[in-house]
Design a protein around this ligand. Structure first.
Ligand code: ADP
Ligand code: ADP
Ligand code: ZN
Length: 215
């Protein structure tokens, strides 16, 4: 199974992808995570992406598509893929078709997480993750059960993203509206888009996605 989670920054793509990984042993392919790892490691990709990401703009199509191809090659052929934050432009959507075809994979579902834009700034400015395992949390909506300790790995260090501030979120949203939302019709024409209410509580969003995957 190969699925795309599509939605603006803060819609809940990463949260839901992590849950699908745990439940179904699928693999999360987050270009944002891959780019942050490249920035941290100081690779040429990271050096190229850093300032663009800090501004909230999109990095080049060629760069992210190369990351996705490499990641797919590194995982088992039978392992399902959850594309989180990719594709983000029409060009990336077209490239993804080729990438999947070349590997004998096909897209099963595009799940659109729809959210009220007003909610996104609060979601994003309250977001933090475990520094060891990457599990996502939120100041208001999902605190660790034991304060200061990660539910999943017991880690005690957490981090926040430099681009998770109100000003950059505006740019990221504008990028989403201008470049990413327009790719939905490509997938709608293929009849593979399902819309999920991303404003519901996390467990309800997960249940709605599970229903789609079973259909
Ligand atoms: P969010 O899930 O909050 O939207 P991501 O972690 O997916 O954020 O992405 C963070 C940043 O990384 C983006 O603002 C952009 O600069 C870059 N990025 C991630 N994925 C892509 C992509 N597919 N194409 C271009 N840029 C990307
Ligand atoms: P994305 O990957 O789409 O940028 P995340 O999954 O990182 O979004 O979610 C952004 C923030 O909002 C996180 O701190 C997460 O804990 C929180 N969040 C995710 N889904 C929900 C939800 N359904 N209700 C409330 N908060 C949520
Ligand atoms: Zn952890």
């Amino acid at each position: 199974m190969n699925i795309i989670l599509l939605g603006p920054p803060g819609a809940g793509k990463g949260t839901q992808a992590q849950r699908l990984v745990e439940r179904h042993g699928m693999r999360q392919l987050s270009t944002g995570d891959m780019l942050r790892a490249a920035v941290k490691a100081g690779t040429p990709t990271g050096l190229e992406a850093k300032a663009v990401m800090e501004r909230g703009e999109l990095v080049s199509d060629a760069l992210v598509s190369a990351l996705i191809g490499d990641e797919l090659d590194a995982m088992g052929e039978q392992t399902g893929a959850i594309f989180d934050g990719y594709p983000r432009t029409a060009a990336q959507a077209e490239t993804l078709d080729g990438i999947l075809n070349a590997r004998g994979r096909k897209l099963d579902h595009v799940i659109e997480l729809s959210v009220d834009e007003e909610a996104l700034v609060e979601r994003i400015t309250g977001r933090f993750t475990c520094a060891s395992c990457g599990k996502g949390y939120h100041d208001t909506f999902e605190q660790p059960k034991v304060p200061g300790t990660c539910d999943k790995c017991g880690g005690t260090e957490f981090k926040r993203r430099p681009d998770d501030n109100a000003e950059t979120v505006r740019t990221r949203l504008a990028e989403y509206r201008a470049k990413t939302a327009p790719i939905l019709p490509i997938y709608e024409a293929r009849g593979i888009v399902s819309k999920v209410d991303g404003m519901s509580p996390m467990d309800e969003v997960t249940a709605a996605i599970e229903t789609i995957l079973k259909a």
